[in-house]
Each structure stands twice: as structure tokens, then as C-alpha cells.
Design a protein around this ligand. Structure first.
Ligand code: HEM
Length: 203
């Protein structure tokens, strides 16, 4: 079954929900902040969902999510663009001097901007053509940047909240589990390869 169209529509539902709230239910006392936080949350969620594809395959044997990984990653980037655009256009009225001063002054904004910059080359090289042009090995190495970007997203969130650390810590915990699963599988793979080559040498 081709899940892509279904997942594509599902990925758009947070935006539809936001539009519905804006049109009918209201966005609260501070709409700019509500929208910004909503888009930031979904950027990080989509990054985590993208990073879950391989652990899901390792733990269940189901590779369907791996086939959806590129689309999920591009949705993470799309939400990041909307999040950053909302900040720059609505919160800062596109006054670049103010934006730059804010990026330099507030450390959590610096972390957000650096994280965003990491996502740009990943989105730009997400096509099959770019995999070919870069070569599989280089492409894979470049795309390991997604781990750093996810860590950056959690750090940005942690630095932003002043008191209640629960939500960023939950996101950080999920990220640690996802990265831990990959690391454990990688280690097990290396060990079994070493064992195999040792057996092969002795025989
Ligand atoms: C140029 C890039 C970015 C800028 C300028 C930026 C800026 C902001 C701002 C102003 C807020 C809200 C602060 C507040 O309401 O007090 C925020 C929240 C947040 N941002 Fe970003 N951000 C950027 C990139 C990112 C990226 C790439 C991610 C995810 C990987 C991300 C995830 C979040 C999260 C999770 C929140 C908190 C949402 C919540 O409170 O529920 N941001 N960001």
C-alpha cells in the first residue's frame, strides 16, 4: 500500500488546525507567540519523527517508514521555514538589523538560527539527483548533520524555557532513545562483523 499521499495529508493537519484556530477559535492573548511556538513544536516533532524511521525498522522490521523519511524530513524543514519566517516577518517586521541584534544577543535565538542553518543543506540535497551528484558516502556523511540539528532543536527549546523544563526534557529523552537505538545497532553490527572476520581468519 502506498502510504505517501495519506502521510502527506497527515503532515499538513497541524497547519490546517492552526488555520482553523486562527479563523474560528482564536489564538489567545498573544497570537504571534502562539503561532511561533506551535510551528517550533512541530518542527522539532517532525525532526524526531524523521529520526524514528530507522529505529522503527530495526525494532519491528517494517521498512515502510524509511521510505517516507525524505518526505518527513522535508516537512520538518517546511515547518522550520514557517517558524523562522513568522519570527522574522511578524515578530521582527523584517528589520534585519533588529533580527541580527536579537540573534547575537539572545542565546536561544542563536541556537535556533544555527539549527535552521544545519537544516538548509539537508533539504537542498534531499533529491535523488543530489545523492547521485554527491555520491552515496558523502551524501550519508552530510546527512548525519540531522543528528546535530535535532540536538540543536532540543537545546534551543531548553534555553528558551525559563522554568518548566519538562517538555524540552521529554523531547530530549525521546531523541536520546532514538539515537541510542541507532548507536546500539551500529555497535552490534560492528561487533558481529569483527567476530565474523576473526572466525574467517582462524578457519
Ligand atoms: C532562525 C531560526 C529560528 C528562530 C529565529 C527561532 C525562534 C524562536 C522563537 C522566537 C521562539 C518562541 C519564543 C517565545 O515564545 O518566547 C521559538 C520557540 C521554539 N522553537 Fe525556534 N527558532 C528557530 C529555529 C528553530 C528550529 C530549527 C527548531 C527545531 C528544530 C525550533 C524549535 C522551537 C521550539 C520547540 C520552540 C518552543 C515551542 C514551545 O514553547 O512550545 N526553532 N523559536
Amino acid at each position: 500500500m502506498n502510504l505517501k499521499p495519506v502521510v502527506f495529508v497527515l503532515c499538513l493537519t497541524p497547519l490546517a488546525w492552526l488555520a482553523w484556530r486562527a479563523g474560528f477559535a482564536g489564538l489567545g492573548a498573544n497570537p504571534v507567540e502562539t503561532v511561533n511556538r506551535f510551528l517550533g513544536d512541530w518542527t522539532l516533532r517532525f525532526l524526531l519523527i524523521t529520526l524514528a524511521a530507522t529505529p522503527v525498522r530495526l525494532l519491528t522490521g517494517w521498512a515502510g517508514m524509511v521510505r517516507l523519511r525524505r518526505m518527513l524530513g522535508l516537512f520538518a524543514f517546511a515547518y522550520a521555514v514557517l517558524h523562522a519566517a513568522n519570527y522574522a516577518a511578524v515578530e521582527q517586521s523584517l528589520i534585519w538589523a533588529d533580527i541580527w541584534a536579537d540573534v547575537v544577543k539572545r542565546q536561544y535565538i542563536t541556537a535556533g538560527a544555527l539549527t535552521f542553518l544545519m537544516l538548509v543543506p539537508l533539504a537542498a540535497t534531499s533529491t535523488k539527483g543530489m545523492v547521485k551528484r554527491l555520491g552515496g558516502k558523502r551524501w550519508k556523511r552530510l546527512h548525519q548533520l540531522v543528528y546535530l540539528a535535532a540536538i540543536g532543536g532540543v537545546v534551543h527549546y531548553l534555553m528558551m524555557v525559563k522554568a518548566d523544563l519538562l517538555q524540552p526534557l521529554i523531547h530530549g529523552g525521546i531523541l536520546a532513545l532514538l539515537l541510542g537505538t541507532r548507536a546500539a545497532a551500529h555497535l552490534a553490527n560492528t561487533r558481529s562483523r569483527q567476530l565474523f572476520s576473526r572466525l574467517f581468519t582462524f578457519s
